[in-house]
Design a protein around this ligand. Structure first.
Ligand SMILES: [Fe+2]
Ligand SMILES: [Fe+2]
Length: 164
């Protein structure tokens, strides 16, 4: 672990403390997202990456971390369960509807979940901070598929406070 990581981990965990241990968030570990990566690992990876970028850009990092953590809370295995419509277009709406059932969300957090697939879903995000998650989601999806960096895998144990 790099010097300064433990402070960053504490600050990140404080931002997502109401969500990261929630049973519905943990349920995402039952569903594969990309390659061998579960939805939970993917969402934590996107959330951590987005939070760090948002801190650098001074763009609402804690809301970005929370929206990103919930951005794929659709709660099914899209490789197995075939619902009406193409998953790529329909899952942001379902993730938002689930997230609103379990958590109080800010407009920025809702925008992140609803528009994270932009430009695949063409409606424009309302906030610049959503674009951070739009970018981080695509970046992390590639690394999920081809292998998450080893350093991040051990960091994830600390973010989730459990062995993965
Ligand atoms: Fe997604
Ligand atoms: Fe995603």
């Amino acid at each position: 672990m790099k010097k300064g990581d433990s402070e960053k981990i504490s600050a990140y965990r404080a931002a997502v403390s109401q969500m990261i241990g929630h049973p519905k968030v943990r349920e995402m570990d039952s569903y594969i997202q990309h390659g061998k990566t579960t939805c939970l690992s993917h969402c934590v990876y996107v959330s951590w990456t987005s939070w760090r970028l948002a801190r650098l850009l001074n763009l609402f990092p804690d809301e970005v971390a929370r929206g990103a953590l919930l951005h794929d809370l659709f709660l099914y295995d899209w490789h197995v369960t075939k619902l009406p419509g193409l998953h790529a277009f329909t899952h942001p709406k379902r993730a938002l509807s689930n997230a609103e059932q379990f958590f109080e969300l800010t407009p920025r957090e809702k925008d992140i979940i609803r528009h994270h697939m932009w430009p695949v879903t063409p409606a424009l995000p309302k906030y610049a901070s959503t674009l951070i998650v739009v970018f981080a989601d695509k970046y992390c999806a590639v690394l999920d598929t081809f292998g998450m960096p080893r350093r991040f895998r051990s960091l994830m144990e600390s973010l989730l406070e459990r062995e993965l």
